[in-house]
Design a protein around this ligand. Sequence first.
Ligand SMILES: [Zn+2]
Ligand SMILES: [Zn+2]
Length: 139
Amino acid sequence: MTNEAYLYWECPDCGWDTVLHAKKAGQSCPLCASDSGHFVRLRARPARSTDRPEGPDDRKFEQPVLTRSTPPWTAEQVENLGRWQTCGWVHPYTCPNGSTLLPREDGWVCPHCAYRQTWCWAPMLNGPPPDPVEMLRNG
Ligand SMILES: [Zn+2]
Ligand SMILES: [Zn+2]
């Protein structure tokens, strides 16, 4: 399978390769440029889904379309939503009065008022993203 929007670039001199969005103009090899100061033009072909380049891969930054998920949610998904609410490095869902919502299998409830919410962003069901501070610490 090929993806027209991306090009696979390879250095004819050292074999360094990268996959970049097709909108990016012709590239020269950064390894050859820093090693010996000469510019080697990379050769391009349409990227294949099996390409695993040594250099940057623009396809990794393609964001999936964000979709909403509605209940019922499984016990595991509810647990993940709960971690999202309490992890401290992402903003939790709150009611209009500012209380942190609690996830349940039938949707979000406020422990203090009658507020209910019956959707979340689908990726939230997998739990919160990694702690950014922890990521910096581990390099
Ligand atoms: Zn090179
Ligand atoms: Zn409330």
